[in-house]
Design a protein around this ligand. Structure first.
Ligand code: HEC
Ligand code: HEC
Length: 366
């Protein structure tokens, strides 16, 4: 909480600084600095329903298929049909929906499934989400053209565009006119019970404050049902870093003149010195688990539960004492030992791999 409050405060200070620098007589000086155009651009990535903010670019269905198979299919399935890691993205749409702009299966009794493309009304939302958040284990790594291509492929397997379609900042307008649920978004409904169940007619969004004879104040609470606990691994281990971080890497010695700060190669970084425990063959669970989180391993592996990949404690049991084998496998990735889902090659440095492999080979304990 404290960290958020601090971030909020410096954002206010930054905008105050920007405000005052635009005026003639600055009321504050020496506080903060203007955000650089690059910093602003890194945050200003939203794409609106009228396509304001959409960067120019394009991509084909064929190219999108290659990207999909390499970077998306392991979690969403080859046809976007998988419910393994998240709800299915594709399915449930019929050709007629493209004419009406309403997805019939949303109100068909006996069709309980809900997929992304059944629900979403604006294609800009999907473009924006892939661009900012996917792939889940490496957000913001796709180029603009890659986002167009991947989305073109998704639209094709959803039956919305043909195989030879090229999605671009121009053609996306035509896609919007075909979005199966484009007329399905409404704020004129109650959440529960819905209109179709004879529920209250008053929409959620236009409430009038009660001034007398009011019902007792409702108690708002939230809980995680027992069955959902750990269904997707330990959420506490899955906080992702967002965007590039500016500043000096304080785990490393100060750079010499002419070197990039914090990435000096002339002196051995402190972070790697700290691995001597592992170099001597001793497991360091604190360091290993921090590395797992930093490198996104916990997106796919739980410490003691299977997610997409096996539980680390199971890996530890299977390969007790075999740190070298494990180090090799982390680097190369592989498939077929624990199931049909491949593990992509991992790109962390050898010292860090060694810390993880040593800890795994010792049983992946606390
Ligand atoms: C490591 C697993 C993983 C990979 C790889 C992955 N995703 Fe996802 N995807 C998820 C999860 C989990 C969510 C739900 C995230 C959330 O709600 O915050 C999600 C959500 C989405 C959604 C939004 C669905 C909705 O209804 O809200 C889209 C679209 C999507 N992914 C597309 C992609 C694309 C395109 C790729 C490849 C470039 C990709 N994903 C790669 C796990 C993954
Ligand atoms: C996108 C998902 C994903 C990510 C990210 C991921 N793994 Fe895996 N990992 C898998 C899957 C799936 C398997 C099972 C592969 C198989 O069946 O051969 C696996 C298997 C393994 C194995 C066992 C290999 C064997 O030969 O039995 C180790 C060790 C491992 N992963 C370590 C890691 C480490 C360390 C990281 C992070 C640096 C990591 N993984 C990141 C999905 C992933």
């Amino acid at each position: 909480m404290f960290r958020f409050r601090k971030a909020g405060l410096s954002a206010v200070l930054l905008s105050l600084a920007a405000l005052t620098s635009a005026q003639a007589a600055p009321a504050f000086s020496g506080i903060g600095r203007d955000a650089t155009p690059k910093e602003v651009a890194a945050w200003d990535i939203d794409v609106r329903p009228d396509f304001k903010g959409l960067p120019p670019g394009s991509g084909t269905v064929a190219k999108g298929q290659d990207i999909w198979e390499a970077k998306c299919a392991q979690c969403h399935g080859f046809f976007g049909e998988s419910g393994e890691v998240f709800s299915p993205l594709i399915g449930g749409i019929q050709p007629k929906d493209m004419e009406t702009g309403h997805v019939a299966n949303l109100v068909t009794p006996g069709f309980p499934a809900r997929t992304t493309f059944m629900k979403v009304a604006t294609i800009s939302t999907v473009w924006d989400f892939i661009n900012r958040a996917m792939p889940w284990n490496a957000p913001k790594t796709l180029s603009t053209d890659d986002v167009y291509a991947t989305l073109a492929f998704m639209l094709n397997i959803a039956g919305i565009v043909p195989e030879n379609f090229v999605l671009s900042d121009k053609t996306i307008q035509d896609v919007q006119k075909r979005m199966p649920n484009r007329n399905g978004m409404t704020t004129d409904h109650t959440l529960w019970p819905g209109k179709e169940f004879g529920g209250a007619k008053k929409p959620d969004t236009s409430n009038v404050a009660c001034m007398k004879d009011c019902a007792p104040e409702p108690k708002v609470a939230s809980l995680l049902p027992e069955f959902a606990r750990n269904a997707h691994g330990n959420l506490a281990e899955q906080n992702r870093p967002v965007g590039a971080q500016h500043g000096v890497d304080t785990t490393r010695p100060e750079a010499k003149v002419g070197e990039k700060p914090g990435v000096s190669t002339a002196v051995k970084p402190l972070a790697e010195k700290a691995t001597t425990g592992a170099e001597a063959g001793k497991p360091d669970s604190k360091k290993a688990t921090a590395l797992l989180q930093k490198n996104g391993c916990t997106v796919c592996h739980g410490i003691s539960n299977k997610i997409v990949g096996p539980a680390f404690t199971d890996v530890g049991k299977k390969y007790a004492g075999k740190a070298d084998y494990l180090a090799g496998k982390i680097k190369s990735g592989g498939v077929g030992i624990w199931g049909d889902i491949p593990m992509p090659p991992q790109t962390l440095n050898d010292a860090d791999i060694k810390v993880i492999a040593t800890w795994l080979a010792a049983g992946a304990g606390k």
